[in-house]
Structures are given as structure tokens and as C-alpha cells.
Design a protein around this ligand. Structure first.
Ligand code: BGC
Length: 362
């Protein structure tokens, strides 16, 4: 089957946004590649080991199910070879559209080519797949997330000055570079004026908690143990790496003395925020992302046009993209964000906070 996707750039009269219309015009594109008479979507995931990805999966399946589609889920446990085999298996099972959350974006370009050869469209979910003919990208505004983290850090340093540790995410994940780019946008003038000094920085392979902890341990060895740790803030890119940082600070008996950022609003992170052990996280309305992605996948499978609100250059083409906004979560707005959206319950978040110190239940 020949894939023919036309990308029409529409200028948007009322705003500066550019609307991109992606429509599939393929005679046999619609539902029946699999002979089941119903749309089947393949969801190939990097991992299910972090809490957020389980939520992504569940919301995605729910929305697709409501739209009458079936979802086949594969999780590669952070193994590129496995993720390629997962996509191969989805192709063999004749899914209509494949949604990929790549472990290593670069390695998945091959999977996109394989799917296209079989006439299957591919959506990258949350993480970009570079250097390939990707059809659609659905994600949060990742540069903005980095900016929000760094802005929070700067605003909460006394006189906007101090010493910081920078932990970056997995080098295999394009998002890690986008978060860093956003952070750099904010930090650059402060670093240039020497108002902010980076005392240690490193990349946490595979986003692992234990790797972030090792980075913090190295920072502590470098700049003073226990109360002598001469550092004001840790710019951690997500909650897993924030968790590793907090563990290292705990071992020094100095948790809560240092600003620690994060992202994902994982339950454990919200619990740390409630206890004052982590300063902030970024709440990504995963339900919105997963719901949107499921709707887009079903529409693509049915040959319906899809509107994107942005485009992302992946080194090969401007990929029509749908970008969603995120919200900062701190001790002060847990109720109005994650609890209000039932992302986590009040009882779960304040589980370890003594009753007298809890805010009133909303
Ligand atoms: C996601 C983050 C997540 C990280 C580790 C990134 O690509 O955007 O939400 O914490 O991967 O899984």
C-alpha cells in the first residue's frame, strides 16, 4: 500500500499559531488491514517501570476503547532491540496505526521505516523520533518545561544567587536535551554574571534513580559532606532523578535544606513535596495527552484529517505536532492541581504528613 500524506499549512487568522492539517488519502487505509473490522492500535512503550507511563497506558487504552478501538500494548523494558521486535510484532499483527514512546529515539527511526513499508502510520508519543519520515508527534511543550524548572529555581534562590547541581536526563532521549535547552534559556545570564555557579553536572543514564543518586554523591564528595555541603539547589529534570537526589541528601541528613526540582508529579514526588523534601514538580496532564493521542490515532486509522497546532523539525522533516501545556506543582497548589484532577488522592499525598500539619481536605 502506498502511503500518501499531505501536509497543508494553513495560516491561522486569529492567532499566530500555524495550523497543520494532516490528512491521509489512501484507498485501503481505513480499518481493515487486520480483517477484524475494528481499528487496532499498536502502542510500543519504552518502559512501564516509572509510574507516569502506567498512567499514560491506562488513559490511552480507555479513550481508544471508548472510541471502539482495540489497543495492543508492548513494553520494551528500556531495550532498543526489544522495542524493534515489539514494533515488528505489531506490524505482523496488522495494527492500523502504531504509537511509539521510544526508549532511544534514534534507534526507532528504523521502526518507523518498517511500519511505513507495511503501510502503517506512526505517531511518536511524548518523545520525538529523529531523522525519519514520522507522521505525527504528540507531546508536551518540553522546552517550556525546562524553562519552568529553571525559573522556579532562580526565583527561589535567595537574591537569585547560589550554587547548584545540574542533573540531566537520558542522552538517548531527545526530551532530555529539550529540558536542558529550556533550562539554559533561563540560567544563561545568571551563570554568565556568576550569580549562579554550577558546582557539578552530569547525565543520568536511562533516567535511573540510582544514576541520579551517584551524580549527587559525586557532587557531595566534591563540595563537602553533611552540613558542609555547599549547594543551594539541585536542578533535577524529573521525579525519578529528584528521588535519587533526595536519597543522597537524606544520607547526609540535609534533606529539605536544598531546593530540588522535578517533573511528572509522580505520587512519590507529591508525597515528598508535601513533606518538604522536594520543592516542585511539573504536572503534565497525562490524561489529556493520552486521550488526545488515542483520538488522533483512531482518526488517522479511519483516514480522517487531523489538525496539529505546531511542527517539530526532526532532522528530516517538519513533523506535524500537537503540543500540550503543563503546570508547576508546589506544596501550595497540590490541592488545585493533582488532587483536583484526581491524578492523586489527598489521602495518598498526605499519607506521611502528621494530621495536624496537613492542609484542610478539599
Ligand atoms: C518524559 C518524562 C519522563 C522521562 C523518564 C521523558 O521523556 O518526558 O516525563 O520522566 O522521560 O521516563
Amino acid at each position: 500500500m502506498k502511503l500518501r500524506i499531505s501536509l497543508v499549512v494553513l495560516s491561522c487568522v486569529l492567532s499566530v499559531l500555524t495550523g497543520l492539517l494532516l490528512s491521509r488519502r489512501s484507498s485501503d487505509a481505513v480499518t481493515n488491514l487486520n480483517g477484524k473490522g475494528k481499528v487496532v492500535i499498536g502502542l510500543s512503550m519504552d518502559t512501564l517501570k516509572e509510574a507516569r507511563w502506567q498512567a499514560d497506558r491506562d488513559f490511552f487504552i480507555k479513550r481508544a476503547g471508548d472510541l471502539g478501538a482495540e489497543v495492543l500494548v508492548q513494553s520494551a523494558n528500556g531495550d532498543d532491540g526489544q522495542q524493534i521486535r515489539d514494533v515488528e510484532s505489531l506490524i505482523t499483527r496488522k495494527v492500523n496505526v502504531i504509537v511509539i514512546i521510544p526508549h532511544n529515539g534514534a534507534a526507532m527511526a528504523k521502526a518507523v521505516a518498517m511500519a511505513h513499508q507495511a503501510g502503517i502510520l506512526v505517531i511518536a508519543y511524548d518523545r520525538l523520533i529523529p531523522s525519519c519520515d514520522l507522521d505525527l508527534y504528540v507531546t508536551f511543550d518540553n522546552i517550556r518545561i525546562g524553562e519552568m524548572q529553571a525559573k522556579y529555581l532562580v526565583e527561589n534562590l535567595p537574591q537569585h544567587k547560589g550554587k547548584i547541581v545540574r542533573i540531566y536526563g537520558a542522552k538517548s532521549d531527545n526530551n532530555a536535551f529539550l529540558f536542558k535547552r529550556g533550562q539554559d534559556n533561563i540560567l544563561k545570564p545568571y551563570i554568565e554574571r556568576s550569580d549562579i555557579t554550577v558546582i557539578h553536572e552530569d547525565w543520568a543514564e536511562d533516567w535511573k534513580l540510582e544514576n541520579a543518586k551517584k551524580i549527587m554523591n559525586a557532587a557531595i564528595t566534591k563540595s563537602g559532606q553533611g552540613k558542609n555541603f555547599d549547594c543551594d539547589a539541585v536542578l533535577a529534570p524529573n521525579d525519578n532523578t529528584a528521588g535519587g537526589s533526595v536519597q543522597a541528601l537524606n544520607e547526609e541528613g540535609i534533606t529539605g535544606r536544598v531546593i530540588v526540582t522535578g517533573q511528572d508529579a509522580d505520587l512519590v514526588a507529591c508525597q515528598r513535596i508535601a513533606l518538604g523534601k522536594q520543592s516542585m514538580s511539573i504536572y503534565k496532564p497525562i490524561k489529556q495527552l493520552a486521550t488526545k493521542a488515542a483520538e488522533l490515532a483512531v482518526n488517522l486509522a479511519a483516514g480522517k484529517p487531523v489538525i496539529a497546532n505546531s511542527a517539530t523539525n526532526n532532522g528530516q522533516r517538519d513533523v506535524p505536532s500537537v503540543l500540550l501545556d503543563t503546570v508547576i506543582v508546589t506544596k501550595d497548589n497540590l490541592a488545585g492541581t493533582v488532587i483536583r484532577d484526581s491524578f492523586h488522592s489527598y489521602d495518598d499525598i498526605y499519607r506521611d504528613v502528621p494530621a495536624k500539619q496537613r492542609p484542610p481536605k478539599p
